[in-house]
Design a protein around this ligand. Structure first.
Ligand code: AMP
Ligand code: MG
Length: 337
């Protein structure tokens, strides 16, 4: 009898799926939390425990990578007593990746930028404009060729300090996405501040439309339609302070020790790996449009949207069909080839 009821139930379910033309909609599980100094919001379809674990994964990385939390591993490295320290496997892997990206971008992205970032007060929110003498004293400490990593043993010159703020959210997004995929999740969107990671498509099979901020207003500049990709934005509008009528933002040009004045207000990088997109969005911002376009032509493993100070928008050729400018936007749009 029980078996008959069960069979009837299955038959009714199949019939209802057939009649409505679609499978039951998977339930969205939302996780909202603050980590890495920013708001995070994960929407994971189907598996609520996986969504919780993804949040925990990001929070653990935050505890490892924070430059201000005195119990973090990065804090311990930055306040080391000896010249050499042993790193955890996680930090070893991240530093390796960060140093590769620093070399590729010729130091436009540089994880040793912390002494300068700290002098501007960006990580502590005690903002100030450092004197040129102070920057001159700190700039020799910014040098991505100086850290020597031998397996998990790191040798750093005295006073050199690390900052993963330009790559950590992308790295964490990759880790969370990896965990979710490993648990069989096929549809999720992870928002880590300006970093978005998508897993698969929306449950109905359509692409995720990711909004790109307009740095000059509260409207969206446009959207990019993606699946299974990271979409990462670095912009001078994301964190800044004003002093004596001048605005200073948080993306530092390691060559000058000052907020990058490259003519760009925002760079969005679209690609497979969040950590790479994150470091590149910071680096391409520092480089400016011309050098960033050259970098893209040499690598072509990512796509990008650039917004310039004059309001014009440039997108790389691979985004020509997936990027849509908002109807309210009256901007010049150029496709880079
Ligand atoms: P993002 O928002 O990803 O562009 O990263 C900016 C954050 O990374 C800043 O708040 C700093 O902590 C750090 N940072 C600033 N400039 C650089 C740079 N040129 N290279 C690496 N990290 C940077
Ligand atoms: Mg970045």
């Amino acid at each position: 009898m029980a078996r008959l009821i069960c069979r009837l139930g299955s038959a009714l379910l199949i019939l209802s799926v057939f009649l409505t033309g679609c499978a039951p909609k998977p339930t969205p599980h939302e996780q909202r939390f603050v980590a890495m100094d920013t708001y995070m919001h994960f929407t994971v379809y189907g598996d609520s425990s996986a969504a919780v674990q993804a949040q925990e994964e990001v929070q653990q990385l935050d505890q490892l990578l924070s430059v201000t939390d005195e119990s973090s591993e990065v804090y311990a490295v930055n306040h080391r007593a000896a010249q050499t320290c042993d790193l955890s496997p996680e930090l070893t892997a991240l530093l390796e990746q960060a140093l590769i990206l620093a070399r590729q971008t010729q130091g436009a992205f540089d994880p040793t930028v912390y002494p300068v970032v700290r002098a501007w007060g960006f990580t502590t929110e005690r903002y100030q404009v450092p004197e040129q003498e102070e920057l001159d004293r700190l700039l020799p400490l910014v040098d991505h060729t100086a850290p020597l990593l031998n397996e998990n043993s790191l040798a750093l010159p005295p006073d050199m300090q690390l900052d993963f703020g330009g790559i950590a959210k992308g790295w964490a997004g990759d880790r969370a996405a990896q965990l979710l995929r490993g648990k069989g999740v096929t549809s999720a969107i992870l928002r880590l501040g300006g970093n978005i990671h998508t897993i698969g498509t929306k449950p109905d099979g359509s692409l995720w439309n990711i909004g790109i901020d307009d740095p000059d207003s509260d409207d969206a500049l446009g959207t990019v339609a993606v699946s299974d990709l990271a979409v990462v934005t670095s912009g001078s509008y994301q964190r800044f302070f004003t002093s004596n009528g001048q605005t200073y933002h948080h993306i530092i040009d390691p060559a000058t020790g000052r907020p990058a004045a490259s003519g760009l207000t925002s760079v969005t990088v679209v690609g497979k790996y969040g950590a790479r997109c994150d470091a590149l969005s910071t680096a391409l911002f520092v480089m400016g449009l011309e050098d960033a376009a050259r970098f893209w032509r040499e690598h072509r493993d990512f796509e990008a949207v650039f917004i310039s100070e004059d309001g014009s928008v440039s997108v790389t050729a691979g985004l020509e069909d997936s990027f849509t400018l908002s109807p309210s936007q009256n901007r010049k749009l150029e496709v880079l080839t």
